[in-house]
Design a protein around this ligand. Structure first.
Ligand code: ADP
Ligand code: MG
Length: 310
Protein backbone atom coordinates (compact mmCIF):
# COMPACT_ATOMS: atom_id res chain seq x y z
CA UNK A 1 0.00 0.00 0.00
CA UNK A 2 1.16 3.51 -0.70
CA UNK A 3 0.15 6.52 1.36
CA UNK A 4 -3.04 7.96 -0.08
CA UNK A 5 -1.64 11.41 -0.32
CA UNK A 6 -0.72 14.65 1.29
CA UNK A 7 -3.64 15.55 3.49
CA UNK A 8 -2.21 17.62 6.27
CA UNK A 9 -3.56 21.13 6.13
CA UNK A 10 -3.80 23.13 2.99
CA UNK A 11 -0.36 22.87 1.52
CA UNK A 12 1.36 23.19 4.86
CA UNK A 13 1.71 19.43 5.23
CA UNK A 14 3.03 19.12 1.72
CA UNK A 15 5.38 21.97 2.37
CA UNK A 16 6.64 20.18 5.45
CA UNK A 17 6.73 16.92 3.55
CA UNK A 18 4.32 14.75 5.50
CA UNK A 19 2.68 11.72 3.94
CA UNK A 20 -0.47 10.88 5.85
CA UNK A 21 -2.35 7.72 5.02
CA UNK A 22 -5.91 8.85 5.70
CA UNK A 23 -8.06 11.35 7.60
CA UNK A 24 -8.66 8.97 10.53
CA UNK A 25 -4.93 9.16 11.21
CA UNK A 26 -5.33 12.77 12.34
CA UNK A 27 -7.92 11.63 14.89
CA UNK A 28 -5.34 9.19 16.32
CA UNK A 29 -2.63 11.82 16.71
CA UNK A 30 -4.85 13.80 19.07
CA UNK A 31 -5.24 10.86 21.46
CA UNK A 32 -1.54 9.92 21.55
CA UNK A 33 0.11 10.38 24.96
CA UNK A 34 3.23 8.20 24.57
CA UNK A 35 5.83 8.28 21.82
CA UNK A 36 7.99 5.18 21.49
CA UNK A 37 11.23 5.86 19.63
CA UNK A 38 13.40 3.27 17.96
CA UNK A 39 17.04 4.07 18.76
CA UNK A 40 19.20 3.21 15.76
CA UNK A 41 18.46 5.40 12.76
CA UNK A 42 15.66 7.27 14.54
CA UNK A 43 17.23 8.90 17.63
CA UNK A 44 20.79 8.17 16.48
CA UNK A 45 22.23 8.69 13.01
CA UNK A 46 22.43 4.95 12.41
CA UNK A 47 25.83 5.50 10.85
CA UNK A 48 28.12 3.37 12.91
CA UNK A 49 31.92 3.39 12.98
CA UNK A 50 34.07 0.40 13.87
CA UNK A 51 36.13 1.49 16.90
CA UNK A 52 37.66 -1.83 17.95
CA UNK A 53 38.60 -5.20 16.46
CA UNK A 54 39.84 -7.69 19.03
CA UNK A 55 40.56 -11.38 18.39
CA UNK A 56 40.07 -13.68 21.41
CA UNK A 57 42.79 -15.94 22.75
CA UNK A 58 42.01 -19.50 21.61
CA UNK A 59 40.82 -21.83 24.38
CA UNK A 60 43.43 -24.33 23.21
CA UNK A 61 46.84 -22.62 23.67
CA UNK A 62 48.19 -24.79 20.83
CA UNK A 63 46.14 -22.63 18.41
CA UNK A 64 47.26 -19.14 17.43
CA UNK A 65 44.77 -16.29 17.72
CA UNK A 66 43.53 -14.64 14.52
CA UNK A 67 45.18 -11.44 13.34
CA UNK A 68 42.85 -8.44 13.88
CA UNK A 69 42.82 -7.79 10.12
CA UNK A 70 41.71 -11.36 9.44
CA UNK A 71 39.00 -11.17 12.09
CA UNK A 72 37.67 -7.99 10.48
CA UNK A 73 37.87 -9.53 7.00
CA UNK A 74 35.95 -12.64 8.14
CA UNK A 75 33.25 -10.51 9.78
CA UNK A 76 32.98 -8.37 6.63
CA UNK A 77 32.56 -11.46 4.44
CA UNK A 78 29.54 -12.49 6.54
CA UNK A 79 28.09 -8.97 6.84
CA UNK A 80 28.15 -8.64 3.05
CA UNK A 81 24.87 -10.56 3.32
CA UNK A 82 23.17 -8.02 5.61
CA UNK A 83 21.82 -4.49 5.22
CA UNK A 84 21.90 -3.66 8.93
CA UNK A 85 23.81 -0.44 9.84
CA UNK A 86 26.24 -2.70 11.73
CA UNK A 87 26.91 -4.59 8.49
CA UNK A 88 27.38 -1.42 6.45
CA UNK A 89 29.97 -0.17 8.96
CA UNK A 90 31.92 -3.42 9.15
CA UNK A 91 32.02 -3.86 5.38
CA UNK A 92 32.98 -0.22 4.72
CA UNK A 93 35.91 -0.36 7.16
CA UNK A 94 37.19 -3.80 6.11
CA UNK A 95 40.93 -4.00 5.34
CA UNK A 96 41.88 -3.60 1.67
CA UNK A 97 42.36 -6.68 -0.42
CA UNK A 98 40.43 -9.48 -2.02
CA UNK A 99 37.26 -10.21 0.01
CA UNK A 100 36.97 -13.72 1.42
CA UNK A 101 34.64 -16.12 -0.36
CA UNK A 102 31.29 -16.39 1.41
CA UNK A 103 28.00 -18.12 0.56
CA UNK A 104 24.80 -19.42 2.17
CA UNK A 105 23.99 -16.16 3.97
CA UNK A 106 21.32 -16.30 6.66
CA UNK A 107 19.97 -13.36 8.65
CA UNK A 108 18.37 -13.57 12.08
CA UNK A 109 16.50 -10.30 12.70
CA UNK A 110 17.66 -8.81 15.98
CA UNK A 111 20.33 -11.49 16.34
CA UNK A 112 22.93 -11.39 13.64
CA UNK A 113 24.00 -12.92 10.37
CA UNK A 114 25.82 -16.12 9.36
CA UNK A 115 27.51 -17.47 6.24
CA UNK A 116 29.88 -20.16 5.00
CA UNK A 117 33.31 -18.51 4.73
CA UNK A 118 36.58 -19.91 3.44
CA UNK A 119 38.90 -18.75 6.25
CA UNK A 120 42.42 -17.50 5.46
CA UNK A 121 44.80 -20.44 5.14
CA UNK A 122 41.97 -22.95 4.91
CA UNK A 123 40.51 -24.91 2.01
CA UNK A 124 37.06 -25.78 3.35
CA UNK A 125 34.41 -23.27 4.39
CA UNK A 126 33.50 -22.79 8.05
CA UNK A 127 30.13 -21.55 9.31
CA UNK A 128 30.72 -18.06 10.72
CA UNK A 129 28.25 -16.22 12.96
CA UNK A 130 28.40 -12.46 13.56
CA UNK A 131 25.97 -11.01 16.06
CA UNK A 132 24.95 -10.55 19.65
CA UNK A 133 25.81 -12.91 22.52
CA UNK A 134 22.33 -14.32 23.16
CA UNK A 135 21.87 -15.29 19.51
CA UNK A 136 25.34 -16.86 19.27
CA UNK A 137 24.58 -18.88 22.41
CA UNK A 138 21.50 -20.22 20.62
CA UNK A 139 23.86 -21.39 17.85
CA UNK A 140 25.93 -23.29 20.44
CA UNK A 141 28.63 -20.62 20.73
CA UNK A 142 29.12 -19.70 24.38
CA UNK A 143 31.45 -17.05 25.83
CA UNK A 144 34.12 -18.02 28.35
CA UNK A 145 34.13 -15.93 31.56
CA UNK A 146 37.13 -13.93 30.24
CA UNK A 147 35.37 -13.27 26.93
CA UNK A 148 32.24 -12.26 28.83
CA UNK A 149 34.33 -9.68 30.70
CA UNK A 150 35.65 -8.29 27.41
CA UNK A 151 32.11 -7.96 26.09
CA UNK A 152 30.92 -6.27 29.29
CA UNK A 153 33.72 -3.71 29.23
CA UNK A 154 33.20 -2.93 25.52
CA UNK A 155 29.51 -2.29 26.25
CA UNK A 156 30.27 -0.26 29.38
CA UNK A 157 32.21 2.08 27.09
CA UNK A 158 28.96 2.66 25.22
CA UNK A 159 29.72 0.62 22.15
CA UNK A 160 27.56 -1.85 20.29
CA UNK A 161 29.71 -4.95 20.48
CA UNK A 162 29.33 -7.73 17.96
CA UNK A 163 30.81 -11.20 18.43
CA UNK A 164 32.31 -13.45 15.77
CA UNK A 165 31.93 -17.20 16.22
CA UNK A 166 33.26 -19.99 14.01
CA UNK A 167 32.00 -23.51 13.62
CA UNK A 168 33.86 -26.10 11.51
CA UNK A 169 35.00 -29.72 11.53
CA UNK A 170 37.27 -29.05 14.53
CA UNK A 171 34.38 -27.66 16.61
CA UNK A 172 32.89 -24.31 17.64
CA UNK A 173 34.80 -21.34 19.02
CA UNK A 174 34.47 -17.62 19.68
CA UNK A 175 36.94 -15.81 17.43
CA UNK A 176 36.66 -12.22 18.64
CA UNK A 177 34.72 -9.04 19.09
CA UNK A 178 34.13 -5.90 17.02
CA UNK A 179 33.02 -2.67 18.71
CA UNK A 180 30.96 -0.03 16.92
CA UNK A 181 29.85 3.44 17.84
CA UNK A 182 26.86 5.46 16.70
CA UNK A 183 26.13 9.15 17.34
CA UNK A 184 22.93 10.84 18.47
CA UNK A 185 21.53 13.10 15.72
CA UNK A 186 22.12 16.77 16.46
CA UNK A 187 18.37 17.60 16.67
CA UNK A 188 17.21 14.61 18.74
CA UNK A 189 17.52 16.14 22.23
CA UNK A 190 15.61 19.27 21.18
CA UNK A 191 12.91 17.19 19.50
CA UNK A 192 12.43 15.11 22.64
CA UNK A 193 12.25 18.25 24.80
CA UNK A 194 9.50 19.49 22.45
CA UNK A 195 7.59 16.21 22.85
CA UNK A 196 7.63 16.72 26.60
CA UNK A 197 6.40 20.30 26.26
CA UNK A 198 3.51 18.92 24.18
CA UNK A 199 2.66 16.65 27.13
CA UNK A 200 3.90 13.46 25.47
CA UNK A 201 5.99 10.82 27.21
CA UNK A 202 9.06 9.66 25.23
CA UNK A 203 10.11 6.00 25.45
CA UNK A 204 13.27 4.47 23.94
CA UNK A 205 13.05 1.02 22.35
CA UNK A 206 16.05 -0.86 20.99
CA UNK A 207 17.51 -4.24 20.18
CA UNK A 208 20.87 -2.86 21.25
CA UNK A 209 22.40 -3.50 24.69
CA UNK A 210 21.35 -1.82 27.99
CA UNK A 211 24.53 0.26 28.38
CA UNK A 212 24.29 1.89 24.97
CA UNK A 213 20.56 2.45 25.42
CA UNK A 214 21.06 4.11 28.83
CA UNK A 215 23.78 6.37 27.44
CA UNK A 216 21.64 7.51 24.52
CA UNK A 217 18.62 8.01 26.81
CA UNK A 218 20.66 10.25 29.12
CA UNK A 219 22.00 12.24 26.17
CA UNK A 220 18.53 13.01 24.77
CA UNK A 221 16.62 13.34 28.04
CA UNK A 222 14.60 10.13 28.24
CA UNK A 223 13.81 8.78 31.72
CA UNK A 224 15.89 5.64 32.53
CA UNK A 225 12.64 3.91 33.53
CA UNK A 226 11.34 4.49 30.01
CA UNK A 227 14.08 2.53 28.24
CA UNK A 228 13.48 -0.91 26.76
CA UNK A 229 16.80 -2.47 25.63
CA UNK A 230 17.92 -5.84 24.20
CA UNK A 231 14.46 -6.12 22.70
CA UNK A 232 13.99 -8.67 19.93
CA UNK A 233 11.90 -7.63 16.91
CA UNK A 234 8.88 -9.50 18.37
CA UNK A 235 9.56 -7.76 21.64
CA UNK A 236 9.05 -4.37 20.01
CA UNK A 237 5.43 -5.33 19.36
CA UNK A 238 5.15 -6.70 22.92
CA UNK A 239 6.50 -3.43 24.36
CA UNK A 240 3.95 -1.36 22.42
CA UNK A 241 1.17 -3.71 23.55
CA UNK A 242 2.34 -3.52 27.18
CA UNK A 243 2.11 0.28 27.10
CA UNK A 244 -1.33 0.06 25.48
CA UNK A 245 -2.39 -2.38 28.22
CA UNK A 246 -1.44 0.32 30.75
CA UNK A 247 -4.05 2.47 29.05
CA UNK A 248 -1.65 4.52 26.97
CA UNK A 249 -2.23 5.61 23.39
CA UNK A 250 1.01 4.93 21.64
CA UNK A 251 2.78 6.46 18.67
CA UNK A 252 5.72 4.38 17.47
CA UNK A 253 8.51 5.99 15.46
CA UNK A 254 10.93 3.84 13.48
CA UNK A 255 12.87 3.28 10.29
CA UNK A 256 13.92 -0.36 10.16
CA UNK A 257 12.49 -3.60 8.83
CA UNK A 258 12.41 -4.71 12.46
CA UNK A 259 10.22 -1.77 13.41
CA UNK A 260 7.47 -2.52 10.90
CA UNK A 261 5.34 -4.85 13.07
CA UNK A 262 5.51 -2.39 15.98
CA UNK A 263 4.60 0.51 13.67
CA UNK A 264 1.52 -1.45 12.60
CA UNK A 265 0.62 -2.36 16.21
CA UNK A 266 0.91 1.16 17.61
CA UNK A 267 -2.13 3.45 17.62
CA UNK A 268 -0.09 5.69 15.32
CA UNK A 269 2.92 4.50 13.29
CA UNK A 270 5.39 7.11 12.09
CA UNK A 271 8.22 6.20 9.69
CA UNK A 272 11.33 8.16 8.87
CA UNK A 273 11.43 8.95 5.14
CA UNK A 274 15.06 7.83 5.17
CA UNK A 275 13.92 4.43 6.45
CA UNK A 276 13.23 1.12 4.75
CA UNK A 277 10.23 0.62 2.45
CA UNK A 278 8.83 -1.98 4.84
CA UNK A 279 8.70 0.56 7.67
CA UNK A 280 7.15 3.22 5.42
CA UNK A 281 4.47 0.77 4.24
CA UNK A 282 3.56 -0.14 7.83
CA UNK A 283 3.29 3.49 8.98
CA UNK A 284 0.34 5.89 9.13
CA UNK A 285 2.57 8.93 8.69
CA UNK A 286 5.90 9.23 6.91
CA UNK A 287 8.06 12.28 7.47
CA UNK A 288 10.53 13.38 4.83
CA UNK A 289 14.20 13.10 5.65
CA UNK A 290 15.55 11.71 8.88
CA UNK A 291 15.13 14.40 11.54
CA UNK A 292 13.24 13.60 14.73
CA UNK A 293 12.10 17.24 14.79
CA UNK A 294 10.02 16.45 11.68
CA UNK A 295 8.23 13.74 13.65
CA UNK A 296 7.30 16.16 16.42
CA UNK A 297 6.17 18.70 13.83
CA UNK A 298 4.00 16.05 12.18
CA UNK A 299 2.27 15.25 15.48
CA UNK A 300 1.80 18.93 16.34
CA UNK A 301 0.54 19.78 12.86
CA UNK A 302 -1.83 16.81 12.64
CA UNK A 303 -3.36 17.80 15.97
CA UNK A 304 -3.85 21.40 14.82
CA UNK A 305 -5.17 20.33 11.43
CA UNK A 306 -7.89 18.11 12.88
CA UNK A 307 -10.49 20.88 12.92
CA UNK A 308 -9.60 22.02 9.41
CA UNK A 309 -10.15 18.65 7.74
CA UNK A 310 -13.45 17.77 9.42
P1 ADP B 1 18.12 -1.85 16.66
O1 ADP B 1 16.91 -1.82 17.52
O2 ADP B 1 19.25 -1.10 17.28
O3 ADP B 1 17.84 -1.44 15.23
P2 ADP B 1 18.22 -4.69 15.88
O4 ADP B 1 16.96 -5.22 16.48
O5 ADP B 1 18.28 -4.54 14.42
O6 ADP B 1 18.67 -3.34 16.64
O7 ADP B 1 19.43 -5.62 16.33
C1 ADP B 1 19.65 -5.92 17.69
C2 ADP B 1 21.04 -6.43 17.90
O8 ADP B 1 21.23 -7.64 17.14
C3 ADP B 1 22.13 -5.50 17.41
O9 ADP B 1 22.47 -4.52 18.38
C4 ADP B 1 23.25 -6.50 17.16
O10 ADP B 1 23.88 -6.84 18.38
C5 ADP B 1 22.53 -7.70 16.62
N1 ADP B 1 22.49 -7.67 15.15
C6 ADP B 1 21.41 -7.46 14.36
N2 ADP B 1 21.75 -7.50 13.06
C7 ADP B 1 23.08 -7.72 13.02
C8 ADP B 1 24.06 -7.86 11.96
N3 ADP B 1 23.75 -7.76 10.68
N4 ADP B 1 25.33 -8.08 12.33
C9 ADP B 1 25.67 -8.16 13.62
N5 ADP B 1 24.83 -8.04 14.64
C10 ADP B 1 23.54 -7.83 14.36
MG1 MG C 1 16.29 1.66 13.55
Amino acid sequence: ATPVGLLAGTGRGAQLGLLIRGPEVLEDTRRVDTVVLDKTGTVTAGELRVTGVEPFEPADPANTPLAAEDLHRIAAAVEAGSEHPIATAIVAAAPDGEPLTASQFATAAGGGVSADVVLPGSADPARVYVGQARWLAEQGLELSPAQQDRLASAQAEGTTAVLVGVSDASGSRMAGILSLRDTVKPGSADAIARLRRDGLRPVLLTGDNEDVAALVAREVGIDPADVFASVLPDGKVAAVKALQAEGRTVAMVGDGVNDAPALATADLGIAMGSGTDVAIEAADITVMGNELGQVVTSIELSRKTLGVIK
